[in-house]
Every structure is written in C-alpha cells, then in structure tokens.
Design a protein around this ligand. Structure first.
Ligand code: DX5
Ligand code: ZN
Length: 221
C-alpha cells in the first residue's frame, strides 16, 4: 500500500502558517493534517475553518481536518465550505450525544461531497467503530491522548491498528486508509506501518527536524 505522510500543522509557527504549508508540500508531504481543538473536548483551542479557508489556495495537497470538538455535526458545513478534503470525527464525542450521532455525522460529511473518517482514542476499543467501517474512507487510531503535540507514542495502540486492518479486509475494504496520530517518529514508523497503518501523522518529528524533506522521505520508506 502507498504510505502517505500527513504533517500536523499544530507544530508549525501559527504566525507563518502559509509559508509552513508551502514548505511541507515542497518537502514531499501527501496530506496536510489540521488539528481542530475546541477547548472542551480537549483543553486547548487551536483554530477553526477560517484557517483551512486561508490555506486552501496555497497548496494542492488534500486538507485532512481532525475535529477534536464536542459537537462535530455543527461544524461540518463550515469545514466543507472551507475546502477540507477529508473530515474525521471522534467516536467518543459522538457516542456521548446519541447512538445515531456518529452515523448521522458521517453521512452529513459525505452529503457535502467530502471524504469522512472516524477517530478512536487510545483507551477505546477499536471494535466500537467496526459498525461504521462500511461508511468511512479512513479510520484514525490515536496513539496518544488528543490535545497536545510532542507526546510519547503509546505502544498498546499497535494491536488496534492490526485489528483495524484485519477488519477492513473482512469488510471487503482491504485498501482503506488507516491513519495513526501521535508520537510518530523515525524510531517507530516501521512498526506502525507493519501493523497495517498507511497514513502517518507527524507534528514534532517533522517540524522539529533540521531537514524536513529527508524526514518525510524516511518516514515514508
Ligand atoms: C494531538 C494531535 C496530533 C498532534 C501530533 O492531539 O491530534 O495531530 O499534532 O503531534 P506529534 O506528532 O508531535 O505527536
Ligand atoms: Zn491530529
């Protein structure tokens, strides 16, 4: 499977976001991972759809919007209009609202002509999201608790990546994108890919490196 690297702009300099986006595209990124935090689902507040709207004309790369928000359904139209190519929503946020909220939100994303994905936190069994596998374009396995960049990869999540890839095969979607987010580095990229992930998010590993192009190429290899 093609390995895709999604640098997280959470680790970029927010005062120079346009330049950061152009730079990661030049350095071989495949997607731009945008971490949307609402100060409630997770403690920090980052940015909203306006940021995506402003970076949209600066890059040809797909914009991957990771919504860490309490009420994702209310945000879909804004991110779709802003030009997101894929929107991922947290299972935990949706399950708290109602049993049907996750599926409704995924269908709403699709109806806007945008790809959709579901995210699970490290302490939530991956089996909980199996029912929506037929609906999603991507599954995102959090390998740290969301909220902050620069945390340590939680190795227990490798088993969940394996289970997700196996279940994708069972459901007839062997090539489904499985993304991993949190603590991805040159030291663990290989085991993460071997477990079955094909989309690697990396914030600090890319933005703190002295040679972004080399780091992206090595994460991919
Ligand atoms: C964490 C975010 C991540 C974060 C990853 O809540 O979802 O995308 O930016 O950063 P690193 O790669 O530094 O762990
Ligand atoms: Zn993220």
């Amino acid at each position: 499977m093609k390995i895709k690297i999604a640098p997280s702009i959470l680790s970029a300099d927010f005062a120079n976001m346009g330049a950061a986006v152009k730079k990661i595209e030049e350095c071989g990124a495949d997607l731009i991972h945008c971490d949307i935090m609402d100060g409630s689902f997770v403690e920090p507040i980052t940015f909203g759809s306006q940021m995506l709207k402003n970076i949209r004309p600066l890059t040809k790369l797909p914009l991957d919007a990771h919504l860490m928000v309490e009420h994702p359904k209310t945000q879909i139209k804004f991110f779709a209009e802003a030009g997101a190519d894929i929107i991922t929503v947290h299972y935990e946020a949706c399950a708290k609202i109602s049993e049907s909220y996750l599926e409704e939100t995924l269908r709403l994303i699709k109806s806007c002509g945008v790809k959709c994905g579901v995210v699970v936190n490290p302490d939530v069994p991956v089996e909980n999201i199996f029912p929506v596998f037929p609906l999603v374009d991507m599954v995102l396995i959090m390998s740290v608790y969301p909220g902050y960049g620069g945390q340590k990869f939680i190795p227990e999540t490798l088993e969940k990546i394996k289970k997700a890839r196996e279940y994708a095969q069972v459901t007839g979607k062997p090539d489904m994108d499985i993304e991993v987010d949190g603590g991805v580095s040159l030291d663990n990229a290989q085991i993460i890919k071997s477990a079955g992930a094909n989309v690697l998010v990396a914030g600090s590993a890319i933005f703190n490196s002295t040679d972004m192009q080399k780091t992206i190429a090595e994460l991919k290899r």
